[in-house]
Design a protein around this ligand. Structure first.
Ligand SMILES: [Zn+2]
Length: 238
């Protein structure tokens, strides 16, 4: 087994607390990995990093290359190497996909790259936030939910162990981008009819904490952490 390092800036719990501005540029992020996901300052779009390129998917439905000077308050990247490849020939949902991934152990991090055909994909994209920032639970009330049907695309995802709750999103965090790279967002669910699933097993985690007052002062272990993650990352709000 080759050790693989997952690099992450900030914490899921910091996003929940409304820490939406970071201190890491896209250019710096791309030196840490060529594959991953995240968001941009002010929650101005969902991020996908693929083949060393960083793309921004906004709530208005546009997909544009991010500038290297753009900043991120939360992102996870890895230099992706496929340790395992799984061919999917029967329909799977998001939960079904993550059952296929990491079946040997629940205790590592898994980066998941999927090229597939989708019967349906439901994504959301949060709208850019104005200061003073509200907690994520409030911010997602204004999210744009999009339903895609019968299309080819790419999933960029990470499955984190339960012990990472608050650091990441246990059970899986996935962003979608269509093959033409014109549409996408943060995935709430999908049905993939066929696809190739590549898995990169993360054995090392480098966590970079933002040197910002808002981060230093944020409440990062709320009593209802699990509930907040479920409400903000996995559910339709309307
Ligand atoms: Zn996301």
């Amino acid at each position: 087994v080759t050790r693989r390092r997952v690099f992450q800036t900030s914490l899921m719990s910091a996003l929940l607390a409304g820490v939406y501005d970071g201190d890491l540029s896209v250019g710096e992020l791309l030196t840490e990995g060529d594959f991953g996901l995240g968001t941009f300052d002010g929650l101005d779009g969902e991020m996908v990093v693929i083949d060393g390129e960083c793309l921004r998917m906004r709530a208005d439905g546009t997909v544009t290359p991010a500038d290297h000077a753009d900043m991120t308050p939360f992102a996870v990247v890895v230099n992706f190497v496929a340790d395992e490849t799984i061919e999917v020939t029967e329909p799977v949902t998001m939960a079904g996909l993550f059952e296929l991934v990491g079946h040997q152990s629940d205790n590592y991090l898994y980066a998941v790259r999927v090229h597939g055909h989708f019967e349906s994909v439901v994504t959301r994209t949060v709208s850019v936030q104005e200061k003073p920032y509200q907690p994520l639970r409030t911010a997602v009330q204004g999210q744009a939910t999009m339903d895609f049907a019968d299309l080819n695309g790419l999933l960029v995802g990470f499955e984190s162990p339960l012990y990472e709750r608050g650091i990441g999103v246990p059970g899986g965090h996935v962003h979608f981008l269509d093959t033409e790279r014109t549409r996408g967002g943060h995935v709430l669910d999908f049905v993939m009819t066929r696809g190739i699933v590549e898995v990169c097993v993360g054995t090392d985690l480098e966590l970079r904490l933002p040197l910002r007052t808002e981060f230093g002062e944020a409440e990062l272990t709320p009593d209802d952490l699990a509930e907040q993650i479920e409400a903000t990352e996995n559910q339709r709000t309307h």
